[in-house]
Design a protein around this ligand. Structure first.
Ligand SMILES: C[S@@+](CC[C@H](N)C(=O)[O-])C[C@H]1O[C@@H](n2cnc3c(N)ncnc32)[C@H](O)[C@@H]1O
Length: 345
């Protein structure tokens, strides 16, 4: 017969086994989400197709098999069976509706396609200076998306929604009271600059990004109420920036690049500042963010996808020093986001 302490250890081991199996099955959960996005299951539920047989008919699935997928999605809180074989979206499930602000449908798509393929070569990235993405697709992330505009749209929307979900709060923490002109460098679809312009009636903004990104951002900007206060400029942040402003925002930019290129971007930004101007970085700082686990995961995602990395404060300070900038302040915002302010030395 087992004594009390053996029972105690069995309980601990059982708990570890549950945790380990949850870790190992994360991929299966992802496969379920991926299928649901690919076959528009979330959208069908939103559109009122809630009954199993009707859902199955939509994609020619066998109802009893689809049921098992749906129960798995219920298990991870994305949908709920409210009456016999009738399913509804939960609040979290709604976050996968492709037309909703801050949705995760485009990111799911990338993790099912280009990013997923890249992950197969992660060992190559551990043996070289290249990202797994480059080892797989023979091009860096941004030159790949420049080549495939349709995929670039998915990437840009995924980045917009990720920022919307993880970084938006950082925008409210910025002190823009004395700033008259601001540029969002590598600002993507323009969601952040629109937010800043809306919140600050005195502000004029510039959205700066690669030509292909600016071309598609123009369409989104057309319906913006304050579009007369925003200028869209395309170019390359590795070259001198074609404007002067009081403040520059670099949101999720520096973590895409190695130290040398990061210093180049920071230097070009410093040179584009008016006197006593400032730069705000929005990044996941390692060892300081409120969600350190997510920041670590993000760091590994950078290894997978880019030549960059997430950095600690002391790593950031080295870059600032080399770019002739000085650290002013840093603030942890919600999730893993950190808002860092720097000025010219
Ligand atoms: C990770 S996304 C971040 C987008 C946005 N700032 C955000 O937080 O969602 C990086 C952005 O940098 C832009 N970018 C990459 N290389 C660039 C370059 N050489 N010059 C200007 N922009 C560039 C990309 O097009 C993309 O919009």
């Amino acid at each position: 017969m087992k004594n009390n302490s053996q029972n105690f250890f069995d309980m601990f081991n059982a708990n570890d086994d549950l945790k380990i199996n949850a870790l190992l099955s994360a991929n299966i959960n992802f496969n379920c989400i991926q299928l649901a996005v690919k076959y528009d299951l979330f959208t069908h539920l939103e559109d009122g197709i809630n009954e199993l047989n009707s859902l199955a008919k939509k994609n020619d699935f066998i109802p009893s098999r689809l049921y098992r997928l749906l129960k798995c999605l219920e298990n991870i809180n994305l949908i709920k069976e409210t009456s016999d074989k009738n399913f509804y979206l939960t609040r979290m499930g709604e976050r996968f509706l492709p037309n909703k602000k801050g949705n995760y449908a485009n990111l799911t798509n990338l993790w099912s396609t280009e990013f997923y393929k890249a992950a197969e070569n992660i060992d190559k990235a551990l043996r070289s200076e290249k990202s797994a993405f480059e080892c797989t697709h023979n091009e860096s992330l941004y030159s790949y998306f420049n080549k495939y505009p349709e995929r670039a749209t998915t990437f840009n929307l995924a980045m917009r929604d990720l920022s919307e979900n993880l970084n938006k709060n950082a925008l409210y923490e910025m002190d823009l009271s004395t700033v008259k002109s601001i540029a969002d460098v590598g600002g993507g679809s323009g969601a952040s600059i629109r937010n800043m312009i809306t919140q600050n009636a005195h502000l004029h903004g510039i959205l700066f990004d690669q030509k292909s990104v600016i071309d598609s951002a123009m369409k989104e900007m057309e319906d913006f109420q304050y579009k007369n206060r925003v200028e869209l400029i395309s170019g390359d942040f590795f070259k001198p920036l074609p404007f002067k402003v009081d403040c520059i925002v670099l949101s999720n930019i520096i973590h895409n690049w190695n130290d040398e290129k990061a210093v180049q971007i920071l230097t070009n930004c410093r040179k584009a500042l008016n006197e006593s101007g400032k730069i705000y970085l929005i990044e996941a700082a390692l060892e300081s963010s409120i969600e350190p686990l997510l920041a670590r995961t993000m760091d590994f995602a950078m290894l997978l996808l880019t030549e960059g990395k997430e950095r600690t404060f002391s790593e950031f300070e080295k870059l600032f020093h080399l770019a002739n900038l000085k650290f002013e302040s840093a603030k942890n915002v919600l999730n893993m986001t950190c808002l860092i302010e720097v000025k010219e030395k």
